[in-house]
Write a protein that binds this ligand. Structure first.
Ligand code: C2E
Ligand code: CA
Ligand code: CA
Length: 277
């Protein structure tokens, strides 16, 4: 939540109607402002379990209110989806992520960006993405990763696997976000041409003391590998979980153990100093 403050959100903290309307108004205002200021991207490192180095980063959007507060996406992504404002918001996020990635080229392998179901279903999504890549011929498109959740497939009226196949033809990589939390994870794995599985943190947190979790992780690692996909474990907070993931052969991890998402200047400092585990 900015500075050293961390806020925890649960399902029962769902925003009230009043707050939703406020979020909508704020979002409209933010989108009309100077986007890098009103809707900044923060970056969380993805770390290799082999080298302990930062290999990539996930871009996570924040909202800066007129009084300078930083809001987590839980306060506005829902409203953005419902109103369709997710489309311009998502375009800004993609563009800004690509610009940061180019700026950090010598130091950072890739950036991943969250793409919401509504955004993906938009007829203009792929042409806009292709346009963005064409503006930056210096960027190898495989350094851009789009994170998609299972709900994208369920909620969508378009053929998501077809759309993702088109995106892959552009050279952009696809990651299955929050893997394991949906109701059709295997269908998802079967029908989507993804490159990376992002194992949800509910399987990861506390895995060192939970035999069932570690069995599931081993199986998913094996399955992903057999399908030619890489795996990232999300939500690694404890040293014991990091050690267990390393031992299980999970290639990469993300979580507070290394770093929370940070503003670009702080992330850059971390990038340049390198991460030692
Ligand atoms: P996500 O894609 O699953 O992103 C991971 C979330 O987990 C982030 O929350 C991150 O700060 C948090 N996290 C990372 N490491 C740990 C850890 O070790 N422990 C715990 N407890 N949490 C950890 P954040 O940044 O608040 O984002 C929340 C969600 O908002 C994201 O979940 C994503 O679904 C959505 N979101 C964020 N940025 C965007 C965006 O640009 N576009 C869209 N469509 N959605 C976004
Ligand atoms: Ca994500
Ligand atoms: Ca996730």
């Amino acid at each position: 939540a900015g500075g050293n403050r961390i806020e925890v959100f649960t399902e029962d903290m769902r925003v009230s109607v009043h707050e939703r309307l406020a979020a909508e108004a704020r979002l409209r205002e933010a989108l009309a402002g100077h986007l890098p200021w009103t809707l900044p991207l923060w970056f969380q490192p993805v770390v290799s379990t082999v080298t302990g180095q930062i290999i990539g980063a996930e871009a996570l959007v924040r909202m800066r209110t007129p009084d300078g507060k930083i809001l987590s996406p839980y306060h506005f992504i829902g409203a953005a989806e419902e109103t369709g404002m997710i489309v311009p918001l998502g375009q800004h996020v993609l563009r800004s992520a690509v610009e940061h990635l180019i700026y950090w080229s010598g130091h950072l392998g890739y950036v991943s960006v969250n793409v919401s179901p509504r955004q993906l279903a938009e007829p203009d999504f792929v042409p806009a993405l292709a346009g963005l890549l064409a503006e930056h011929p210096e960027l190898d498109p495989s350094r851009l990763v789009l994170e998609i959740t299972e709900t994208a497939m369920l909620a969508s009226t378009v053929d998501v696997s077809e759309r993702l196949a088109t995106i892959k033809r552009l050279g952009v990589r696809i990651a299955l976000d929050d893997f394991g939390t949906g109701y059709s994870s295997l269908t998802w794995l079967k029908s989507v041409p993804a490159d990376v599985v992002k194992l949800d943190r509910s399987f990861v947190a506390g895995l060192a003391e939970d035999q069932r979790k570690s069995s599931i992780i081993s199986a998913v690692l094996w399955l992903a590998r057999s399908l030619g996909m890489s795996t990232i474990a999300e939500g690694v907070e404890e040293p014991a979980d990091w050690t267990a993931l390393q031992a299980a052969g999970c290639p990469a991890v993300q979580g507070y153990f290394f770093s929370p998402p940070r503003p670009p200047e702080e992330f850059q400092e971390m990038l340049i100093n390198g991460v030692c585990v």
